[in-house]
Ligand binder design. Structure first.
Ligand SMILES: [Zn+2]
Length: 82
């Protein structure tokens, strides 16, 4: 196993846990979400700004500030950001 694939597995499991932690569904429309469809939306500004989606920095920021984020589906996130 390469270093990169180990990182990918780990990243995936962290993302999985975070989605479960947030209830596994969209905070706005109750749509069921998994680690590939779930998106983390800023409720309050944190150190990280912009749309660094899917990045490790974003995931780390969610873990550090869970109350500053909401779990949303793609559509609700788009409306939320407008
Ligand atoms: Zn939604």
């Amino acid at each position: 196993m390469t270093e990169r694939s180990v990182f990918c597995l780990w990243y995936r499991s962290v993302r999985n846990s975070l989605v479960k932690f947030f209830g596994g569904k969209c905070g706005a429309c109750d749509m069921k979400l998994n680690r590939t469809t779930a998106q983390f939306a800023h409720l309050k500004p944190t150190q990280i700004t912009g749309r660094g989606r899917g990045s490790w920095e974003r995931l780390h920021d969610v873990m550090a500030n869970p109350t500053s984020y909401a779990l949303l589906c793609y559509h609700c996130h788009r409306e939320f950001d407008q």
